[in-house]
Design a protein around this ligand. Structure first.
Ligand SMILES: Nc1ncnc2c1ncn2[C@@H]1O[C@@H]2COP(=O)(O)O[C@H]2[C@H]1O
Length: 411
């Protein structure tokens, strides 16, 4: 009967299983399913690399020095992020979880890049967090010193902010320390995702390759940064390659713990701010993924009619985007009289000048009806809005001109 599917030749199949079996007997892994998943994933990657090489041998000769060239001397073997995890032993997910994961692996599509049309490949089912009631906790014993280092590393990371004490402890228990040398490829685009990473120490670069073109660096990470959530959230292959640009210390959180504890809040926040951030004119030029990272860092604040949000002359430590309501911008003249110079509404932003210029607030902003804002702290503002700093600066020159003009009219 012709099923319409094409399978590997029985000989290839037998050969593959024989190899798996002999490697399995040699390594005696504790986590059998994870081990098998890694084996097949590694083979798949080798096959893809070979196919690409056959299709375009020139590229493979020319790009030896490129950071994504996969040069063995520079980067070591091209293993997926879990292949190298022999030290991650105490992962104790339930059988049900493992079965679910295996099923997901089988249904995986070829590697997408996280582009504007990416959402088409995200199924509602794949967003469903792992059911908490079946969650078997992972406990990797740690010294008090390691626990303190985790606390410090996740302290600056927004994804961990809303955890209660028990959830926080579960995350700390499950984290595995990974010390990797410079040039190590921590994540390989297209690989199966098994860990989410938080950076304790060191720096990394993130590259995306689209349609066999040269890899493009899209972002970088330093202490407190995190990456590797997408493949776990969407059950998709890794969307980017991440390479250490110094020796690094990372904390790795397994897929089951990530999905059970961190994912719900992360995806809820991304969904909550998604439409709003798409509307904000300032952020239009950003990639969807960059807006997602902003959503992770945003916090909602609200003010009653008449309440002061920022005060002229104060040191500024926050940037605001108005979600709803109206706010008046006031400048106080030499005689102490306040004059309204602008009115802001949904989608407008304020509070950027003090952060951009490291200077005191040049005006006060007061709620003129019930006002709801999404706010970013100074560090997140600098890091996440880097790509629009030029727009912010240009806009600020414009409204300095408007303010000066209004000041002249007042005089
Ligand atoms: N522009 C981007 N598109 C997709 N992933 C990105 C981007 N920038 C950084 N990343 C990170 O790179 C990671 C690669 O692994 P994941 O796909 O699991 O999760 C991805 C994100 O955490």
């Amino acid at each position: 009967m012709d099923t319409g599917f094409s399978f590997a030749q029985p000989d290839d199949y037998t050969q593959l299983l024989t190899e798996l079996h002999s490697e399995y007997c040699r390594d005696q892994p504790e986590d059998v399913l994870q081990y098998c998943a890694n084996f097949f994933n590694h083979r798949l990657q080798e096959q893809r690399t070979m196919l690409r090489q056959q299709r375009n041998p020139q590229n493979f000769e020319d790009n030896e020095l490129h950071p994504l060239a996969g040069h063995n001397q520079m980067f070591g073997d091209q293993l997926s992020d879990s292949d190298k995890d022999d030290d991650f032993e105490s992962i104790e997910a339930s059988d049900e979880e493992r079965d679910e994961f295996t099923g997901e692996l089988l249904s995986m599509a070829p590697p997408p890049t996280y582009s504007r049309d990416r959402r088409t490949s995200v199924s509602a089912e794949s967003m469903a967090p792992t059911q908490g009631r079946d969650f078997v906790k992972t406990v990797i014993p740690k010294s008090p010193e390691q626990c303190a280092r985790i606390r410090e590393s996740v302290g600056n990371n927004f994804l961990f902010r809303s955890l209660d004490e028990e959830q926080y402890q579960d995350v700390v228990d499950a984290m595995a320390e990974k010390q990797l040398p410079i040039h190590e490829r921590v994540i390989e685009q297209g690989a199966v995702g098994d860990y989410f990473y938080v950076v304790e120490h060191g720096t990394l670069d993130c590259y995306i390759t689209k349609n066999d073109a040269e890899p493009v660096k899209v972002t970088s990470y330093e202490a407190g940064g995190s990456f590797g959530e997408l493949a776990l959230m969407y059950n998709a292959p890794r969307a980017a390659t991440i390479i250490a640009t110094s020796d690094v210390v990372l904390w790795a959180l397994d897929r089951v713990t990530f999905r059970t504890i961190l994912m719900e809040n992360t995806s809820r926040k991304r969904r909550m701010y998604e439409t709003f951030l798409e509307e904000v004119h300032l952020l239009k030029s950003l990639e969807p993924y960059e807006r997602h990272k902003i959503a992770d860092a945003l916090e909602s604040v609200h003010f009653e009619d008449g309440q002061k949000v920022v005060t002229q002359g104060d040191i500024g430590d926050h940037f605001f985007i108005i979600e709803s309501g109206k706010a008046g911008v006031f400048k106080t003249d030499g005689e102490g009289t306040a004059h309204q110079v602008n009115q802001l509404s949904r989608g407008s932003y304020f509070g950027e000048l003090a952060l951009l210029n490291d200077s005191p607030r040049v005006a006060s902003v007061i709620a003129q009806e019930y006002l709801k804002c999404a706010t970013l702290g100074k560090k997140a503002f600098t890091r996440l809005l880097g790509p629009v700093h030029e727009i912010l600066k240009r806009n600020s020159e414009n409204y300095y001109a408007v303010i000066n003009q209004q000041e002249r009219q007042i005089e």
